[in-house]
Write a protein that binds this ligand. Sequence first.
Ligand code: MG
Length: 163
Amino acid sequence: MISLRIGNGYDLHRLVPRRPLILGGVTLPHDRGLLGHSDADALTHAIMDALLGAIALGDIGHYFPPSDPQWAGADSILLLEKVVALITERGWRVENVDAVILAEQPKMKPHLLAMRERLSQAMDVTVEQVSIKATTNEGMDAVGQQEAIAVYAVALLAKLNND
Ligand code: MG
């Protein structure tokens, strides 16, 4: 008997000058980057929240609060590995992840495979289990005005029940 659980995650960070733009553990060439307490990797954050949400473990703010100086400038890929450890120690494994990045600039397409590779390594799954897509917001709202990048993610977890 296999149990399945689905979770969703969302994140948004402001785009500001003099910050690196890191998404899915990949540093993208751009004149601005995402503002945040950690490395502000909104893609990795949304995926972590989807994974945690699938088995009702709360959200990343609970495990890595912005008020805690130890997470200042943190590499979010390392935080993702910690989240995956929380899941696997409860007997669950990551079945697949699907995410969509909302960004007007820069173009995401040249970097999507690198993001999938980095994220799949961190989650100990294959690249085929990690889908990352990107779209613009057609110039609308803060994302369309290049003031922010937002990400939606879903994750499916599986557990083999022995009883
Ligand atoms: Mg975040």
